[in-house]
Design a protein around this ligand. Sequence first.
Ligand SMILES: Nc1ncnc2c1ncn2[C@@H]1O[C@H](COP(=O)(O)OP(=O)(O)OP(=O)(O)O)[C@@H](O)[C@H]1O
Ligand SMILES: [Mg+2]
Length: 230
Amino acid sequence: MSSKNALIEVRNLRRSFDYGAVQALRGISFTVEQGEFVSIMGPSGSGKTTLLNILGALDSEFEGAVTIDSVEMRHLAEPERFRSRTIGFVFQSFHLLPALTALENVQMPMFERKWRASERRTRAAALLGSVGLEHRMDHRPSKLSGGERQRVAIARSLANEPKLLLADEPTGNLDSSDALKILEVLGAIHQQRNMTMIVVTHDCDVAAATNRTLRVRDGQLVEKQISNGA
Ligand SMILES: Nc1ncnc2c1ncn2[C@@H]1O[C@H](COP(=O)(O)OP(=O)(O)OP(=O)(O)O)[C@@H](O)[C@H]1O
Ligand SMILES: [Mg+2]
């Protein structure tokens, strides 16, 4: 069954809460190839964030098999280490540290590495440049627009050169012009880095920009899946 270029393999994934009273994921199976840009759509409460948390090694209390980069997620010895090396996260509400500048925020995940301070700075500056924020490096989040904050968060998600980028409604808090800019930035990252990316979204424009859309309903994948041909 396993595909040669699969970065993610999910087989019969189930996750319940409250001793089974809430069945958030009810038998989900799919594969994501290395380099694919996939969107996940579905109504509120359908299990999208639950799924993303499992893919991001934030939750191991599931049934079924989830393999990422040949690592079985349920028996991960050091989830923090796996996360910081393999996964980049982008959240709806940015999660930047308010006391730190953009440049410092982007460096935060790098402390896991043995990089020198000068190298961290150079790498963070290059990442901010790649999201079009070279002129905002010394600004704190309160001095940035929502779209700029999310671009800092995207730069931070790339700090340790992850193989997989996971974004949970990255444009959910933004107006349509900022959302469009974020979409361009994500598309450029996908193209330039050939990165595997999964974006949960309610926005049809975001979904249309991805290679493929997985539709979730009541904790299951909707049978007829759409290839966006992008
Ligand atoms: N920690 C938890 N404890 C109990 N129930 C939970 C927990 N996390 C999620 N759920 C429930 O699991 C279901 C799926 O939630 P999830 O957050 O994955 O939905 P979602 O698709 O991300 O929704 P939204 O679009 O509103 O973000 C919901 O019924 C939710 O209430
Ligand atoms: Mg959610």
